[in-house]
Design a protein around this ligand. Structure first.
Ligand code: CP3
Length: 340
């Protein structure tokens, strides 16, 4: 299927584009009343994600309603622990929760390496339905969590401000940590390859908790495994978004990927200097900028665009859009990028 709008793919590859493509992390979700209506028709987030027709519907909503240049498949990074044998629940207003966690070497025997096609067939089915319904209008982004971020949830059992149990594990049981990290890495490669076979046009790896590790540990326990994922995927362009990993930008320039995501703490010019000219940069407006009025959102977006000007860029926020942001302000962000 030929893409009618392939700006995202061309920008990722560093090819010429007429204008900068734009999409938002977490664009499919609670900011849209249309999403909330679908969400209320089912028992909860997990049922929605596991019903391919509905997952496809909410994936496409932001393309129709907001006018973004890409769709991102509606799912969650935590489907990987579940496929490995560690199920999660999504507790209303509190976030993910794992009834069981991984604590010691013996627990690894209860886990398996996920096979993307069989263990995650509902995501694969949702991708096929979405690709058909999109009919080439915009590219479809597939994704997975980075091994360190997935490890952090599997050890901690829920979200956390410090993830101190997960961080402690890197000091107290480094061999066990590496073994689990390698199992997550193998599962993630299988999963991303299955997503690509089903039709996704680009993949993004989210390392949401990159910023809580010291630089040397980040290299050993996270970047090393992200690098293995990058080396295993050749079929489509890859984006690595490591939130808070300002200290690793220079090393990230050596990853076998096309695009590096910047969060809003990362200076744009400094990031370009550290990463060099050979990668596309994605981001990085502060999501809180969208709490401003129309004029303020437009100005903040133009300032960001000006700083990226003249180099490879995919416009986005510096992290996921906050659920209470007015969709009208999201539209102004998108329209300002498109008109720039
Ligand atoms: O629009 C998109 O970006 C696609 C869908 C998507 C979701 N989660 C849906 C979701 C994506 C790409 C994710 C990734 C994800 N999930 C990350 C990495 C990106 C990031 O934000 O750093 C992480 C860390 C998670 C784990 C997760 N999922 C948490 C901590 C939570 C609870 C917090 C919250 O926002 O509610 C979720 C739930 C979740 N994932 C929701 C959605 C739409 C909200 C659940 C609901 O609708 O009830």
């Amino acid at each position: 299927m030929q893409l009618k709008n392939d700006l995202l793919i061309r920008a990722a590859k560093g090819q010429a584009v007429e204008r900068t493509p734009v999409w938002l992390m977490r664009q499919a979700g609670r900011i849209l009343p249309e999403y909330r209506a679908v969400r209320e028709s089912v028992s909860g987030f997990i049922e929605l994600a596991q019903t391919p027709e509905l997952a496809a519907e909410v994936t496409i909503q932001p393309v129709d309603i907001l006018g973004v240049d890409a769709a991102i498949i509606f799912s969650d990074i935590l489907v990987i622990p579940e496929a490995m044998g560690l199920p999660y629940e999504m507790v209303e207003k509190r976030g993910p929760w794992f009834p069981n966690t991984v604590k010691k070497e013996a627990d690894l025997k209860k886990l398996r390496i996920a096979d993307g096609i069989d263990d995650l067939s509902y995501v694969i089915e949702a991708i096929k339905i979405t690709k058909k319904a999109l009919n080439g209008r915009v590219p479809l982004i597939g994704f997975a969590g980075a091994p360190w971020t997935i490890f952090a949830y599997m050890i901690e059992g829920s979200g956390s401000k410090t993830f101190s149990k997960a961080r402690a594990m890197l000091y107290t049981q480094p061999d066990f940590s590496h073994k689990l990290m390698q199992m997550i890495t193998d599962s993630t490669i299988n999963y991303l390859k299955a997503q690509i076979a089903a039709g996704v046009d680009l993949v993004q790896v989210f390392d949401s908790w990159a910023g809580i590790l010291p630089p040397d540990q980040y290299q050993e326990f996270s970047l090393q495994y992200i690098s293995k994922i990058c080396d295993a995927i050749h079929e489509v362009p890859k984006t690595i978004f490591a939130k808070g990993a300002f200290f690793a930008r220079k090393e990230m320039a050596d990853l076998n990927c096309e695009t590096i995501g910047l969060d809003w703490n990362m200076g744009i010019k400094e990031s370009r200097q550290l990463i060099g000219p050979n990668k596309t940069l994605q981001g990085n407006l502060d999501p809180a900028a969208l709490y401003g009025n129309a004029k303020q959102v437009e100005n903040a977006t133009k300032i960001m665009m000006g700083q990226f000007k003249g180099s490879r860029h995919i416009a986005n926020l510096g992290h996921g859009v906050y659920p209470d942001i007015d969709p009208e302000m999201v539209k102004i962000f998108i329209e300002t990028v498109k008109a720039y």
